[in-house]
Design a protein around this ligand. Structure first.
Ligand code: GTP
Ligand code: MG
Length: 194
């Protein structure tokens, strides 16, 4: 994918504030700190398009980006961040579920899991929603640079067991080395119908 332009459009919490639907959209979901923003930056080749530090004001929102004037990427707020206040935690579910259920231009969700963590209830809740709403899902195992190649299969086992997904459903990715970038792009392009 050749990136000619990538720009932040706006943040939103509810449908009234989403930008108008212009072309297909792909969203990125996963727990806080899993690497959603880093993946987006790596894919579009802009190191600072999306802030990767945890600035709560910004990461609790849906952030819309327009790429090549052709499609959108949406950085969804992360879940499971221990330090957020309870009212923010409560808002996450309806905010994300409403987006997933109502955004007609949404063509797929890149669902990120940390290679070193067993998926928890919040991860599985999100997977349930995606299945229920029949949204094409691109599962990506991130921070793969943290695991030696020889350990990868073993590391993957608890993730396969808890999600019930086959090994070939997952792409592996590292924002450090760029490993997996082309694979993830290919699946995104297919989901977007480009
Ligand atoms: P929230 O916005 O809080 O939901 O987090 P996020 O999912 O957007 O994570 P972010 O991209 O901000 O990354 C969190 C931290 O993990 C940062 O310190 C990144 O540098 C680091 N990180 C992200 N991806 C990778 C990766 O592939 N490998 C390694 N080693 N570190 C990564
Ligand atoms: Mg982020």
């Amino acid at each position: 994918m050749h990136i000619r332009s990538a720009e932040f459009i706006q943040s939103a919490t509810r449908p009234g504030n989403y930008p108008p639907e212009q072309g297909p959209e792909i969203a990125f979901a996963g727990r806080s700190n899993v690497g959603k923003s880093s993946l987006i930056n790596n894919l579009v080749g802009r190191r600072k398009l999306v802030r990767t530090s945890r600035t709560p004001g910004r990461t609790q929102l849906l952030n819309f980006f327009r790429i090549n004037d052709q499609f959108c990427m949406v950085d969804l707020p992360g879940y499971g961040f221990a330090k957020v206040p309870p009212e923010v935690k409560k808002a996450w579910g309806p905010m994300v579920h409403t987006y997933l259920a109502q955004r007609a231009s949404l063509r797929g969700v890149v669902w990120l899991l940390d290679c070193r963590r067993v998926p928890n209830d919040e991860d599985l809740q999100l997977l349930d929603w995606l299945e229920e709403l029949q949204i094409p899902t691109i599962p990506v195992i991130t921070k793969i640079d943290k695991v030696k190649r020889s350990q990868r299969l073993k590391q993957l086992k608890p993730i396969l067991a808890t999600t019930g997904l086959p090994a070939d459903a997952f792409s592996s990715f590292s924002a450090l080395s760029g490993e997996g970038r082309e694979d993830v792009w290919e699946r995104i392009v297919e989901a977007l119908g480009l």
